[in-house]
Design a protein around this ligand. Structure first.
Ligand code: GSH
Length: 205
């Protein structure tokens, strides 16, 4: 299978960490989402990365669909529980973390390429509040547990690790650790896993 993406994208990193934890071999094709010569729009009409092209040529997007597909393959353990309630809970963590990454991408892009519509203090504060509130929820949900859900590594941990890692990468002045010590501990442990180290935002540029 082929994965299209760039090292700077948090959603691409999420999928690559997942692939590494599952020990799945794939071709990584560095491609931006919608530059004039990008192959991505011919596979994904939304022109977004990550886009995965299966061995049978069919394309998959977006990252929640891709990781759900990938969980069926590889030699690594299942990362999405099969039991309905557990599965939904892990998917909720995923949604919250994807939302943190979306707000972080929005703030980061706005700093670099401000547009008239969005360049207001109110707009920044709205995005920042999404991140602030989500971290409070995650910290509370994690509590004193070592892992986000079910006492072992799941998609929920991968998502927490990639979202917090992207927060540090894109908004280095945002200090979240003192208010969220449990998340800080988990982020530290996840960061040192080979799957995260090998797929750092600055790696493979
Ligand atoms: N919800 C999507 C988000 C993907 C996404 O927004 N990717 C960004 C790169 S970080 C992108 O391709 N942006 C191009 C665009 O929106 O036109 C997912 O989880 O895969």
């Amino acid at each position: 299978m082929k994965l299209f993406g760039t090292p700077g994208s948090p959603f691409v990193r999420k999928v690559r960490v997942f692939l590494a934890e599952k020990n799945i071999a794939y071709d990584y094709i560095v491609a931006r989402a919608s530059t004039p010569d990008s192959p991505v729009p011919s596979f994904n009409p939304l022109a977004k990365i990550p886009t995965l092209v299966r061995d049978d040529g069919r394309a998959l997007y977006d990252s929640p669909v891709i990781v759900e597909y990938l969980d069926a393959f590889g030699s690594g353990p299942k990362l999405i529980p099969e039991d309905f309630e557990s599965r939904i809970e892990v998917k909720r963590w995923e949604a919250l973390c994807d939302g943190i990454a979306e707000a972080t991408v929005a703030i980061n892009h706005e700093y670099r390429e401000p547009t008239e519509k969005q360049r207001s203090a109110a707009w920044f504060s709205k995005q920042q509040s999404k991140i602030d509130r989500s971290l409070v929820f995650l910290e509370k949900d994690l509590g004193k547990n070592d892992w986000c859900f079910g006492g072992r590594l799941t998609l929920a941990d991968i998502c927490t690790g990639y979202a917090l890692g992207y927060l540090d990468y894109a908004l280095p002045d945002y200090e979240w650790r003192s208010k969220h010590p449990a998340l800080a501990q988990l982020a530290l442990r996840l960061k040192s896993r080979p799957s995260f180290i090998g797929n750092d935002h600055s790696a493979n540029r």
